[in-house]
Design a protein around this ligand. Structure first.
Ligand SMILES: Nc1nc2c(ncn2[C@@H]2O[C@H](COP(=O)(O)OP(=O)(O)OP(=O)(O)O)[C@@H](O)[C@H]2O)c(=O)[nH]1
Length: 474
């Protein structure tokens, strides 16, 4: 989910920036067209006036009549003579001539008398008009000689006011620059200190490089307000000016940033909910597994309880018979043999009678411990009831089983049973039956072993009898 959200944010930022670039270029294109037509119009007015400037005796009336239709479009219309003195200004026709020989627009024409072309000055603070204006000038030529300069002043606000009508965001700017790096006019959403005439845009900007395309994009920190901007420019080589549109990321990324916050908050909330759901599932499943484990344990304990004789720890009757049946089936499948020993402690009633039932229990426990020591791990040992036990010996024929039985018998007879009531000697009688000769089921096998046990008891106890063998044959 987070990968999707981050990808979405990245994609949206890229498309927002791309849209801002397009907007900046579209605005720059529109302003370029505007600047181009304004400059063209200024030049037409200048050329038109210059035709008549030296011919009209009442020049002031003539100029007033010509200029009036343009209204605020024309701040001043003036004539400077070849010495640089202001000979006429429609703002102050009767004023004393002012020395303007230091003005760049005068010097350019005076120093290049052979070049009759339009010059657009940097903004200057008019000595007569007292406002910031841009001078559109043409040389006055008489008989091919430089005779003065015709000046048409346009307030910088003429451009700026027009630009102000366009929404470039609270921190965006539209700037008209000269290729001499001076600002001609500026309109900006953020307050920019009026620095006409002093401020120079750094040379490093791409639009000042004459070899760069006439239109393009750029981005970086603006020297105008020190803020990071994304910009588009269009350069009018013919007039030596550049139109620059600057858009501020904090403006055009505002909607994107709101959406990014919304996406991150939503993803965060979903993550927290998923996390909580995960924890809940974890806790519930843990509880479920714990319950299942407890149940399994209880089940195992129960079956252990059911399968084990509580007093001696050997298999219960039920479990022993069940396992004996399985072992007999396996033996039958593999053509193998299995022997069954039935064991009965001799005169056990006397032990109980002499020492009491608890001591009898202790004897039973020690009896099983001694027997277990004589057995292999695969042998089955069960208590069938009272003092009667059975041992199943897989893969064991009658001969092998008789050896095991004798070992057990001797161990019991030779190891006096230690009890809290003293040392109690006991013996055990055993009946042995084997499946090797004829295939039998559990009941038949038990019955045969029981028969042999009965014979062992009958013939004096403390001995092993094999089913089917006569006494004294061993
Ligand atoms: N202490 C104790 N005695 C038991 C238990 N189960 C059976 N008995 C006793 O074992 C005795 C078995 O006696 P009998 O069946 O007469 O056989 P016996 O005295 O061993 O004599 P033979 O088997 O003929 O040698 C009885 O006294 C039962 O009460 C038990 O779990 N604990």
């Amino acid at each position: 989910m987070w990968a999707f959200v981050l990808n979405e944010i990245k994609h949206e930022r890229a498309s927002t920036e791309s849209a801002a670039r397009n907007d900046a270029m579209n605005l720059a294109t529109a302003f370029e067209a505007h600047v181009h037509s304004v400059i063209r119009l200024m030049d037409i007015i200048l050329l038109d006036m210059r035709e008549d400037v030296l011919e009209h005796s009442d020049f002031h009336s003539y100029v007033r009549g010509e200029v009036e239709p343009y209204g605020s479009f024309v701040a001043q219309f003036a004539v400077i003579n070849k010495e640089g003195r202001l000979m006429y200004s429609n703002l102050a026709p009767e004023a004393e001539p002012v020395d303007l020989s230091d003005r760049e627009h005068f010097r350019i024409h005076r120093d290049n008398p052979d070049v009759d072309r339009l010059f657009i000055s940097k903004p200057v603070l008019g000595r007569v008009s007292q406002q910031w204006t841009i001078q559109f000038t043409r040389p006055i030529l008489q008989n091919g000689q430089f005779a003065g300069v015709l000046v048409h002043s346009v307030p910088t606000s003429f451009f700026a006011d027009y630009y102000e009508q366009i929404d470039v965001g609270p921190n965006g700017s539209i700037v008209l620059l000269g290729t001499d790096r001076s600002v001609r006019a500026i309109a900006s959403g953020s307050p920019i200190i009026e620095r006409y005439g002093q401020f120079k845009v750094p040379q490093s900007k791409p639009y000042f490089d004459a070899s760069s395309p006439e239109r393009g994009y750029f981005e970086g920190v603006s020297s105008l307000d020190g803020e990071y901007h994304l910009g588009a420019y269009r350069r009018l080589n013919e007039y030596g000016v550049v139109v620059v549109v600057l858009l501020a990321p904090k403006d055009f990324l505002a909607a994107y940033r709101e959406r990014r916050e919304l996406l991150i908050v939503s993803a965060g909330v979903i993550s927290v909910l998923l996390f909580a759901a995960g924890i809940l599932i974890f806790v519930l499943s843990r509880r479920y597994f714990q319950n299942t484990a407890s149940l399994r344990l209880a089940h195992d304990q129960l079956s252990q309880f059911a399968n084990t004789d509580a007093l001696t720890g050997v298999s219960s009757r039920r479990s022993f018979l069940h396992r004996l049946e399985a072992e007999l089936a396996r033996t039958g499948r593999h053509g193998d043999c299995l022997s069954l020993l039935m064991l009965d402690i001799d005169h056990f009633k006397r032990v109980n009678d002499c020492y009491g039932h608890p001591i009898g229990d202790a004897v039973l426990k020690q009896f099983t411990t001694i027997c277990t020591r004589m057995l292999r791990s695969r042998d089955l040992f069960g208590r069938l009831g009272g003092e009667e036990f059975a041992i199943a010996l897989p893969h064991t024929d009658a001969e092998g089983a008789r050896c095991v039985a004798e070992k057990i018998r001797l161990a019991i007879a030779q190891a006096p049973i230690m009890t809290p009531g003293g040392t109690i000697p006991i013996t055990v009688s055993m009946g042995l039956a084997c499946t090797h000769v004829d295939r039998v089921d559990v009941d038949q096998l038990i019955a045969k072993a029981d028969g042999a046990l009965y014979a062992a008891k009958h013939e004096g106890r403390n001995q092993v009898r094999v089913a089917g063998e006569q006494q004294g044959q061993f």
